[in-house]
Design a protein around this ligand. Sequence first.
Ligand code: THU
Length: 134
Amino acid sequence: MKKDLKELIQIAIENKKNSYSPYSKFKVSSLVLTKKGNIYKGVNIENAAYSVTICAERSALAGAISAGDREIDTIIITGDSNMTYPCGVCRQFMAEFLDSDSKIVIANSVDDYKIYGLDDILPYNFSKKDLEEK
Ligand code: THU
């Protein structure tokens, strides 16, 4: 059964409990829905060597990519701030796999969310197109 966006946001919010964030105490969860209809969840995973930390968005996308399920329909992000937007590294990571109609959903709750495209959050990005032009 295909889940609607509000159901997916609810799953992403519930998944925040799995965040491993003992240092920042800032929980982030992400859920990727692929065009095949599969769901991959991720959380931020911190490390005593702080820079080793992986964000929730990259962690969710890594699950999808590792399963060979690369076509991204939607990525949901929900964190401990009022509308937790992806960091710059995650935006660039998304640029590798999202296409122009993939949806990026920033959610506070099932009734309070915003939907963006990649061009909204990372315009003029560097991508594989640039490498092909060489
Ligand atoms: N964090 C994410 O998981 N995603 C973002 O896009 C922003 C930041 C995490 C990383 C770190 O564990 C915590 O939030 C505080 O920076």
